[in-house]
Design a protein around this ligand. Structure first.
Ligand code: PPS
Length: 288
């Protein structure tokens, strides 16, 4: 399918038509944010689905009912997607939603509200690898071509939600103060329980040691992979072909090392370094 049939543009950002429309973007733009709303913000492939599992459990004291009975896209909907208008009224307060949008494109009521934000970032090299496989299995995305071709598109921002560097820079340079918590996918991989404790404190919640142990165990990759409400097995094969690649694919940090040649790594590092150099932002993976 031609790419104009697959995507629409929103402020220069490429969005897949299968879940975005003019109406859904109008809904997004005019959405009335409430003070107790909780947002998870991510660049695609940075740990969104993981957070759709984690945050409801932290907010409800470790009750597994929603994560075992409601698909992730309705449990913690994407605010910019077509399902938001259908499920938002069904969310219990505090409403939890995800968004891949840049900071300056958020609804106007967002910055004046007291809504909290958890921003999850991931090593862009692993984001690229994850996205490459996602493009192979998702029929609503264009063919990624070779890994090198896809890397060029990624670096040029000709991928979903634009450039990774624009996304992380937009969300680092906000005036949200203590309303925003920054977390990384790698931190979750390294010490999931510790990261959950950090998020609990940020959300102003408490949980018994035993409940936190159970939530940690439930959110491990090997267990989440078996949760049909979160592993995208409810999506028809012709839309997401898990025989090509699973949505919950590897769930590790550093898979990029299996995909980058030294030349590709040098090219990638150079572009990202240049675009980040005056931002003052550093990430744990910068030294790798
Ligand atoms: S999307 O399409 O933007 O919603 O994708 P997103 O959920 O942000 O990213 C998908 C990657 O996150 C991995 N994932 C996990 N890793 C470790 N542990 C858990 N529990 C987990 N859940 C999701 C998923 O496997 C994708 O990464 P890759 O590298 O492709 O495996």
């Amino acid at each position: 399918m031609a790419s104009e049939d697959l995507y629409l543009y929103f402020h220069g950002l490429l969005l897949p038509k299968i879940v975005h429309s003019e109406d859904s973007l109008n809904y997004f733009r005019t959405f009335r944010v409430q003070d107790d709303d909780v947002f998870v913000i991510s660049y695609p492939k940075s740990g969104t689905t993981w957070m759709q599992e984690i945050v409801p459990l932290l907010l409800n004291g470790g009750d597994f009912t929603p994560v075992e009975s409601i698909p992730n896209w309705d449990r913690v909907p994407w605010l910019e997607e077509t399902r938001a208008v259908l499920v938002m009224d069904k969310l219990r307060a505090p409403r939890t939603m995800v968004s891949h949008m840049l900071y300056h494109l958020m609804p106007s009521t967002f910055s004046s509200s007291k809504a909290k934000v958890i921003y999850i970032a991931r090593n862009p090299k692993d984001v690229l690898v994850s996205s490459f496989y996602f493009h192979q299995m998702a029929s609503f995305l264009d063919d990624p071509g070779t890994f090198e071709e896809f890397m060029d598109k990624f670096l040029a921002g000709q991928v979903l939600f634009g450039k990774w560097t624009d996304h992380v820079k937009s969300w680092r340079n906000t005036d949200l103060g203590d309303r925003i918590l920054y977390i990384t996918y790698e931190e979750l991989i390294q010490d999931l329980r510790g990261a959950l404790e950090r998020m609990l404190r940020f959300l102003g919640r408490q949980m018994s040691e035993e409940a936190l142990d159970r939530v940690t165990e439930h959110c491990l990759f090997k267990n989440m992979k078996n949760n049909n409400m979160s592993n995208y097995s409810l999506v028809p094969q012709e839309v997401m072909d898990s025989s090509k690649s699973a949505f919950l694919r590897k769930g590790i940090a550093g898979d990029w090392k299996n995909h980058f040649s030294p030349e590709l790594e040098a090219k990638f590092n150079e572009v990202i370094r240049k675009e980040m150099e005056e931002s003052g932002i550093s990430f744990p993976w910068d030294e790798e």
